[in-house]
Design a binder for this molecule. Structure first.
Ligand SMILES: Nc1ncnc2c1ncn2[C@@H]1O[C@H](COP(=O)(O)OP(=O)(O)OP(=O)(O)O)[C@@H](O)[C@H]1O
Ligand SMILES: [Mg+2]
Length: 311
């Protein structure tokens, strides 16, 4: 299992978008992924689960004693609409004061034996470096840093390196810096060159392009790789996970396409039955036969697959 903290000193650079997109792409490629929302803004919980106030959340894990933190962590795991992708939601009232021991998440992951259940844990963080981010860093093996290409963003990365070096030396290294919102403007190219000159070996070869589709998917709570698989956003994220996790690009593509097809088929089936049910409610008498047929279907779906059936 690999545990990754997604961090940046600067806000609004695409950390949550990155955490969600990478987690969903890995899950659709067949890996078991847990994303932890470690930000009181709870954007990840809102986008993936549609609920920003679910409890138990990561807050209950932080507020518990070490002895039961593993159980609290397991209790907080929430399924999403995507197979293999689970989250631990955050809460609007989460603050650094909830954390009594900055090693609690690390211990909870160990006590809950999450390595048996997941291939990847992704931890989304609020901007800056404080107690909550420190707790994530102790739990993580490495740090990924999505960044914009702007003056403040480049400064933010220099600041992040300086603070990690000063306060968290030997804690958890920055392994990858991912340029985000790339449009290829002269200014962006200048900032990219500045980053390359400082941290060349850490900058990914794949830059995530600027694409409004991210915002649409977030707002509509849609999965990028299901509803916009042929966008440049999805193509670049699939390329990125191939680069970050050393995956077979062709195999990932085939698996993602399979999951997309199954998902859409399931949605279409669901829509069809809902339409039929609505039609029957409007005209129950005239459609009695169809109603009976649907009821029979539900009954047969509910029956055990094997064994003697008694009527
Ligand atoms: N490559 C991109 N192209 C276009 N829009 C993007 C891109 N990446 C992210 N966005 C948009 O930018 C906004 C900020 O992204 P996001 O919430 O992921 O940033 P963040 O770093 O998590 O912010 P915060 O620091 O507040 O947690 C969102 O509206 C998101 O849809
Ligand atoms: Mg965020």
């Amino acid at each position: 299992m690999r545990t990754i903290a997604v961090l940046n000193y600067k806000g609004g650079v695409g950390k949550t978008t990155f955490t969600i997109s990478v987690s969903q792409a890995l899950a659709m490629a067949g890996f078991r992924v847990l994303a932890i929302d470690n930000d009181s803004q709870h954007h990840l919980s809102l986008v993936v689960d549609g609920n920003g106030q679910r409890t138990p959340s990561i807050r209950e894990v932080y507020r518990s004693s070490v002895g039961i933190a593993g159980k609290k962590l397991l209790d907080a795991i929430t399924e999403t609409g995507l197979r293999n992708f689970h989250i631990i939601p955050s809460h609007a009232e989460l603050t650094g004061h909830d954390v009594k021991d900055t090693h609690i998440l690390e211990k909870a992951i160990e006590y809950a034996s999450l390595s048996r259940f997941y291939d990847y844990i992704m931890i989304d963080n609020s901007p800056g470096i404080d107690i909550l981010q420190e707790t994530a860093m102790h739990a993580a093996d490495e740090i990924f840093v999505p960044t914009e290409l702007s003056y403040f963003a480049v400064n933010g990365i220099i600041e992040l390196h300086r603070i990690l070096d000063k306060r968290f030396r030997g804690c958890c290294p920055i392994t990858k810096i991912v340029p985000n919102g790339y449009k290829g403007t002269n200014k962006q190219i200048d900032y990219l060159e500045a980053l390359m000159s400082l941290y060349s070996e850490k900058i990914t070869e794949t830059f995530i392009p600027y694409d409004p589709v991210f915002d649409t998917c977030m707002k509509e709570q849609k999965t990028l790789f299901i509803h916009k698989l042929f966008s440049k956003a999805a193509a670049h994220y699939l390329k990125l996970i191939h680069e970050l996790f050393d995956l077979d690009e062709k195999r990932v593509w085939e698996q993602v396409c399979d999951v997309k097809q199954n998902h859409l088929r399931g949605e279409a089936r669901q829509r069809f039955f809902e339409q039929q049910k609505r039609a029957l409610m409007d005209e129950p008498e005239e459609n009695k036969k169809l109603q009976q047929h649907l009821q029979t279907q539900v009954v047969f779906e509910d029956l055990p697959a094997i064994g003697k059936i008694e009527f």
